[in-house]
Ligand binder design. Sequence first.
Ligand SMILES: NC(=O)c1ccc[n+]([C@@H]2O[C@H](COP(=O)([O-])OP(=O)(O)OC[C@H]3O[C@@H](n4cnc5c(N)ncnc54)[C@H](O)[C@@H]3O)[C@@H](O)[C@H]2O)c1
Length: 369
Amino acid sequence: MRKVKLGVIGCGHISGIYLKNCSENFDILQVHACADLFLELAQKRAKEFNIPNVYTVEELLSDPEIEIVLNLTDPKVHAEINLKILESGKHVYSEKPLALNKRDAELIIETAREKNLRVGCAPDTFFGAGLQTCRKIIEDGWIGKPYAANAQIIMGHAFDAMHPKFPSLLKYGWDPLFDMGPYYLTALVHLLGPAKKVAGSVGSVQEEFKVSNPKSAFFDEVYPIEAPLHISAIVDFENDVSATLQFSKESFGYTPKLEIYGTEGILSVPDPNFFGGDIILKQSNGEIKEFPYSHSFTEDARGIGIADMAYAINSGRNHRANGELARHVLDISFGILESSENGRFLMIEAQCEQPEKMPLGLKYNHLDN
Ligand SMILES: NC(=O)c1ccc[n+]([C@@H]2O[C@H](COP(=O)([O-])OP(=O)(O)OC[C@H]3O[C@@H](n4cnc5c(N)ncnc54)[C@H](O)[C@@H]3O)[C@@H](O)[C@H]2O)c1
């Protein structure tokens, strides 16, 4: 198996699990270098995971040994960095969202196409045992004909002001639609296929937030709420399933829910922010059945989408967490915002294919048979 060398830009919070999995669990990948605006963060990660090179962003992009660059920066610079990576002649794998507007998403896909490079994008939780088993359950006919779905994530940490990045959480990119939405929307496209049209209703309880928590580092500051913090939507899929969505950071706690309704059963899908979780089927005869996993990867395998892309580069097949899928999910999200403004259903223009299922019976930490 030819190893594919990886460079990582952005060595903050989420880089830990990516670097662990990419350097220790997926043999096809070799982490060659890391970079961050703050050199000391890159140095810390390099030491932790034995990464041979700590670079500036420019140095990383000019190292000819690196084939894929993983972008783990802040959402507001994702598009700019994704484009720089492609311009440097390397494949890009970005954390979500791929971009914060449709034009940038389009430009990223077009640039990659022109340069014959690949675009990959998180989330890759749909590779996990939970969502792969659910896909098999639906396709094996356990719930009959699926006709509806319900996806909900109700959170509240935006308002406790104890989060070190609290002011960012009120901006686009960290808001529920672009931060949590991709997990649910990607899971739905994986389970049901592409979406057809969308209607949304979005808002925020307050226009600005004054931090009243004396324990917060931002105590007494006032911040504008730039992105809507609660989102309701209807998404109709090509296969005639109609899904209702609620994504919110206006309450408290963490309440995830994803259910698929069929003529013969109701499937309770694990939280798509994770790789595993309970899979419960309520059948039309009243029986409630807990399903065992048919697939592997039950623990946090973030980075599996990059490993899949590396396998795909070596064999020439398509990779699953691809740019078209990410752009389709973004199109649904922008559709929700636009529809909320103009009060009409909108057709989803950016199409994608339902990602290939993972094969059954894979060897430990291998992605192709
Ligand atoms: N934190 C999580 O639990 C989590 C989970 C899943 C996905 N994500 C996603 O991962 C991404 C990063 O999240 P995070 O929590 O690690 O954020 P973070 O703020 O902890 O880390 C981002 C890092 O990127 C660096 N950076 C920003 N701009 C840069 C630039 N122009 N050049 C080089 N480095 C730059 C920052 O210095 C920082 O170290 C986000 O898109 C987020 O949505 C985060």
